[in-house]
Write a protein that binds this ligand. Sequence first.
Ligand code: KIV
Length: 273
Amino acid sequence: MSDSRLRSAEAVTTRDFLAWKKAARKIVAITAYDALFGRLVDEAGVDCVLVGDSLNQVLCAEPSTLSATLDQMIYHARAVRRGVRRALLVVDMPFLSYQVNRDEALRNCGRVMKETGAQAVKLEGGAAIAETVRALVEIGIPVMGHVGLTPQSVHALGGYRVQGREDESARRLTADVEALERAGCFSVVLELVPGALAAAITAQRVVPTIGIGAGPGCDGQVLVLHDLLGLNDGFAPKFLKRYAAMADDVRRAVGRYAEEVRGGAYPDADHSF
Ligand code: KIV
């Protein structure tokens, strides 16, 4: 089915992000990795659905996002696309799909846009990838930036730690967002950044900021769905608020099912033909 038939009339576009920033209307983003959750979060009214490469850790229990592949991202994004009608769909470009050179970045990002029906891609990095971002924007591919804690650089950063705490690193981060804005990003994710720094960057810049562990001063927020639902219950960083305890629900429900099958209570007459 074509993208236009899947998208609803009031579908979110990248231009809305800028208008919402101007109107001080917060932007709500969340991850999804499949059609079912894509549909549910879209029906819940989020503005942006991100097919994050966090799926490599959340769904596949890999130690980092580094081993996620382009084919894996395309597979999941195609599924999410089938569930999402209103929200803007953004796909994470996996490690080494855009860093080698500009031609490869254009080809790989173009492939994601062609094969998934997404409206934008997300790339990690600041000034160092600004020229790649510019080239993508010039050929019509909207780009969401991502700075601060960039999980694909976890080994260079020495772990999953807050970025921009020292003056030099705060200056670099500020310059990175400016470079991404100039290159044409329609929004920038700020991950694990002190709240005061994120708020200052947000106030200085035209480009909308989407925070995760970056305090309330950003133009929007993003969380990993499985974390927010309490499904990924082994993960409990300070910034995360759990809005449900679904891991407990799953264990309880499946435990009851197992008990009833073993005890002969299921299936009963009501659930048999
Ligand atoms: O991969 C991901 O899910 C992300 C978000 C946490 C921003 O990049």
